[in-house]
Design a binder for this molecule. Structure first.
Ligand SMILES: [Zn+2]
Length: 98
């Protein structure tokens, strides 16, 4: 049932490219799988960094959740495997706002 293989790392391994694309670390964002409905932080998914681009797969059903391909002057981002991505706003990080 697990999607992991010898090439697989956990989703936290994709933090660098995801931070570049989204200008913040979204590994803590909660993604809901469009296939099985499992909700998980992106950092807890299964990451393949040696694919053509970065691929994150669902640990529940192995569906591709996120694909990021890096070109010389742009990124291609496919989030079609996510039905929802919940990203916390920095202002909501705690009660001690200015
Ligand atoms: Zn799934």
């Amino acid at each position: 049932m697990t999607a992991a293989s010898d090439e697989a790392l956990d989703g936290n391994a994709a933090a660098g490219v995801l931070a570049e694309v989204f200008a913040m670390d979204v590994t803590a964002a909660i993604g809901q799988c469009a296939g099985c409905g499992q909700r998980s932080p992106l950092g807890a998914t299964v990451a393949y960094l040696q694919a053509p681009g970065v691929v994150l797969r669902c640990r529940g059903c192995d569906l591709v959740l996120v694909r990021v391909v890096t070109g010389p002057d742009r990124y291609w981002v496919d989030l079609s495997g996510l039905s929802v991505l919940r990203v916390m706003r920095p202002d909501d990080a705690g009660p001690s706002g200015a």
